[in-house]
Design a binder for this molecule. Structure first.
Ligand code: SF4
Ligand code: SF4
Length: 117
């Protein structure tokens, strides 16, 4: 519910302090679509790929900069094709309430994801 709210209100991560992002293993993905359904941010799609080893010819593809690293997708993947990996660029939690409010406001004035993978 909390993560759904992120997406529903177009939130851009001011309260997200996770320094992880999902990583998908194309070789074992069976394109079942479960992660697509579960992701609260709606940042996973199934796309045709020559890396696919399943009959559908598709793999799960992530829009990395918008992933909040919640792990909801990885938890139920039937083939254990998703792992959380540490981001190269770390993002520290707000230092104080002023910093927090500043980030919160920035999320609504600057809708593009500010995190880099
Ligand atoms: S849940 Fe796992 S197997 Fe299913 S589409 Fe996502 S990554 Fe692929
Ligand atoms: S960790 Fe998985 S479920 Fe969570 S936002 Fe990223 S892709 Fe979506």
């Amino acid at each position: 519910m909390w993560f759904k709210a992120y997406h529903a209100f177009g939130h851009g991560k001011s309260m997200d302090t996770s320094n992880y992002v999902s990583s998908f293993e194309a070789q074992t993905c069976k394109a079942c679509g479960l992660c697509v359904k579960r992701c609260p941010m709606e940042v996973i799609t199934l796309e045709a790929s020559d890396k696919a080893t399943n009959k559908k010819g598709k793999i799960a593809v992530l829009q990395e900069e918008a992933c909040i690293g919640c792990g909801v997708c990885a938890y139920k993947c039937p083939t254990d094709s998703i792992t959380l990996v540490e981001r190269k660029q770390r993002d520290e939690p707000p230092a104080d309430i002023k910093d927090y409010v500043g980030r919160f406001i920035k999320d609504f004035t600057d809708p593009l994801p500010r995190r880099k993978v």
